[in-house]
Design a protein around this ligand. Structure first.
Ligand code: CS2
Length: 487
């Protein structure tokens, strides 16, 4: 049996794996990451590694999971070490990442988490807590004080459990200890992610202590970011491949694509790693990058997920190998989405779109349609619905965008086109299933459009949109995906 990757077994690591080009012993707890899952490991962690290697700095990261202890189980026995496999064609290059120096599970060690966030040396907190972690009402932008986790944290703010609760308690501790705040960097796929995070934190703090809220507002920073790298959930096959390649078992291994992009608003309230050395772009305005990425990558990704799943495809590359679906995705991107995107400076939209299709096609990544389909109620607005709003305002066709929305509705019912159950993961799952019991496409569309959190007040009143979605849903339910796309 192969040994487990750790500091002690490092001498057995195959020369094939690139090792940290610095001494791990020099790292100090300067950064915290909340949500230390696959995306963080393949994205910010790699960029931080590059930054330390190129420019030095003692940027040790404490990784925190807010819910399950999966990351701790994978990484703590490995002294925080893990490898990232970058796949190009048949090849995979492995890199050992050294900057994760500690891993904590919040529900198991809340005090240690509060202490990590109050540490004097801490200067940056990055987050990947997914769309739902922000607990904001999408229609009003207000903090959902009735969301169970937020309501509980507001009742006992000194013993938080949510990301927002932990951040506010950290700011309270730091202010009391006359320490500077930290810069909080949202790395989730949301438009204005920094502003949303800031707003959630300020609203929570304002409900607890107005002076604290004013201090955070004046002293802390919440830069906007756009993050991009396709990182599928790891499989046993990925772990076995890495093990054979490196000669050690790495339970924290992640496999990803070569592509990497990180646009960051250059507004920090203290020191930060030299992420530009790892390819991050520091820009004054992130919004154009965010819109291009959310609309052209994530929008089609969700369309691929729902249509692909319903057509019986497990992986994104299989969807792209299906002629009808590939033609649909291409037309969706080129004809209906790209015209709504104002390209950032120096950005060639046509080649961006082409590259995206190649990335989706990459057979080296087994990215499940089911994985991307998760949390659709939280993803649809910024991925597809805002594009639809812009198209409707311009009087432009929305047939393909409506097809993607109809596919979400068919999926959200919780059964596929053959009546087989779907394991829908979504915070609104129960409500979605209830609505999904309706018989006709028109009733289904009425039920789903009434979800204000998803569709707002405007889209349900837009008859052309309603008619388009109803027609597409009827076609999907009656004849399946291919017929609906051809029809
Ligand atoms: C995907 C994203 O799971 C999903 O919803 O669309 O995680 C996507 O892979 C990343 O945003 C790519 O940067």
């Amino acid at each position: 049996m192969t040994d487990r990757l750790s500091e002690k077994t490092l001498d057995q690591l195959s020369q094939e794996a690139r090792r940290p080009g610095y001494d791990r012993a020099t790292l100090r707890p300067r950064m915290v990451h909340l949500g230390v899952g696959a995306f963080h490991r393949a994205h910010q962690a790699v960029c931080t590694e590059d930054a330390i290697e190129a420019k030095g700095g003692d940027w040790g990261v404490t990784g925190i999971s807010l819910r399950s202890d999966t990351a701790e189980t994978q990484l703590a026995p490995q002294d925080g070490l893990f490898t990232v496999g970058t796949r190009e064609g048949q090849d995979q290059s492995l890199r050992l990442i050294g900057n994760l120096t500690r891993v904590l599970t919040a529900p198991k060690a809340p005090q240690a988490v509060r202490a990590a966030l109050a540490a004097p040396d801490l200067s940056v907190v990055t987050l990947t807590i997914t769309e739902k972690g922000y607990a904001l009402d999408p229609a009003t932008g207000n903090l959902r004080t009735d969301a169970p986790e937020i309501a509980a944290d507001l009742r006992s703010p000194r013993e938080p459990a949510s990301a927002i609760g932990y951040l506010v308690e950290a700011f309270r501790n730091r202010r009391e200890a006359s320490l500077a705040p930290f810069t909080t960097v949202s790395c989730d796929n949301l438009p204005s992610n920094g502003e949303r995070l800031r707003s959630a934190v300020l609203q929570f703090a304002g409900a607890v202590d107005k002076d604290l809220a004013s201090w955070i507002e004046a002293e802390a920073a919440f830069p906007e970011t756009m993050v991009d790298r396709i990182v599928p959930a790891v499989t046993e096959e990925d772990l076995a491949r890495a093990e054979a390649q490196m000669g050690l078992r790495d339970e924290g291994h992640i496999a990803t694509e070569p592509f990497f992009q990180w646009a960051i608003e250059d507004s920090f309230c203290g020191p930060r790693p030299s992420w530009e050395a790892g390819g991050a772009l520091f820009v004054s305005e992130v919004a154009p990058y965010e819109a291009a990425k959310l609309r052209l990558l994530n929008g089609p990704h969700s369309a691929i997920a729902y249509l692909g799943y319903l057509a019986g495809h497990t992986y994104v590359h299989q969807v792209m190998a299906d002629e009808d679906l590939c033609a649909f995705v291409t037309a969706l991107m080129e004809e209906e989405i790209a015209p709504t995107v104002k390209a950032p400076d120096g950005f060639d939209l046509a080649s961006y779109t082409q590259d995206l299709r190649d990335r989706f096609r990459n057979p080296a990544l087994n990215h499940r349609t089911w994985q991307i389909a998760m949390d659709g109620s939280q993803k649809l607005p910024q991925r597809l619905l805002n594009t639809i709003r812009d198209r409707r305002a311009a009087g432009a066709p929305i047939e393909k965008l409506a097809t993607a929305v109809a596919a979400w509705m068919a999926y959200a019912r919780g059964r596929d086109l053959n009546g087989e159950p779907i394991d829908v993961r979504d915070p609104m799952k129960d409500r979605l299933a209830e609505i999904g019991g309706a018989g006709s496409a028109a009733d289904l569309v009425s039920g789903y459009l009434a979800l204000k959190d998803v569709f707002g007040d405007d889209l349900p009143r837009d008859e052309a949109f309603r008619t388009a979605v109803t027609g597409k849903l009827e076609a999907l339910l009656a004849g399946g995906v291919t017929a609906a796309l051809r029809g």
